[in-house]
Design a binder for this molecule. Sequence first.
Ligand SMILES: N[C@@H](CCC(=O)N[C@@H](CS)C(=O)NCC(=O)O)C(=O)O
Length: 283
Amino acid sequence: MGANLFECSVDRVDMKNTLTAEEVREWVVRSQSGTQCPESRSLLVFGYGSLVWLPKFAYHHREVGCIHGFVRRFWQGNVSHRGVPGSPGRVVTLVADREGVTWGVAYHLKGKQQIESALQHLVTREMIKGGYDVATTMFHGQLSYNVLTFVATPDNAHYLGPAPVDTVANTIVNSRGQSGHNLEYIFNLVDALRVEAPQGVDNHLHSLEEACHRRLSHILINRHRAFCCDGTDTSECMAECHKCLTTRHSDDDAYIIDCFTRRMDKIKAVIAPIVQQPEKVKN
Ligand SMILES: N[C@@H](CCC(=O)N[C@@H](CS)C(=O)NCC(=O)O)C(=O)O
């Protein structure tokens, strides 16, 4: 796999002969007839969602940076990875915003074999199954250069659009697909960006992460009241209780139970205000 971002020196940004969005679209049409991808020396792809933490294609090297004029929003529905037909999960897309800055990763691919293999993967994952279209934008890393990126626009069949943060969090907490839980998608993205782009502040992402932790605390409180205490619990009792964390029930979702352990510090941070309300909390 590629080197880390600090090794992306100036002479390693190959912008000559890089594939354009038009060439990728043309290849998509022709590749169904087995046409090879255009002869090109490089392909530059910007990832801002699952491509940040799960590219699933080989690349020469990668660079963390940002694009301007867009914000990242969980406004795209998904039934191929984090949801199922009839019950879509939510994944990210880019939405135009004059003041917007979105942090992510630019992948540099070189050579026909590496480019063709990545294109076959990305076209299937993003365009055919995901409802995304390919676009060109300017990436700002050590240098600034044009990159391709995959954007889901409002006219695609899976688009869900804006919704209140707690509604989006509720969809995420209750969705899973063939690639896993929808919570895994947002938590892996948030965790990866915190490590690789700590300078990038994404309020939409962080408010959604907190809303997901709030929903997880509702689930935990109800488990605690059902399996452990008679509802006279306090935040101290709840936070220290392990029975509701370790007890397994047939309809448990393993990833959610895992979150209780791995993200307890963030769940505890939102749990106290809710536990003081005596009535049963909504899941
Ligand atoms: N195009 C965005 C979003 C891509 C994305 O998240 N696509 C989803 C839905 S098609 C995906 O591939 N998910 C894989 C997974 O959830 O494991 C990016 O550059 O990262």
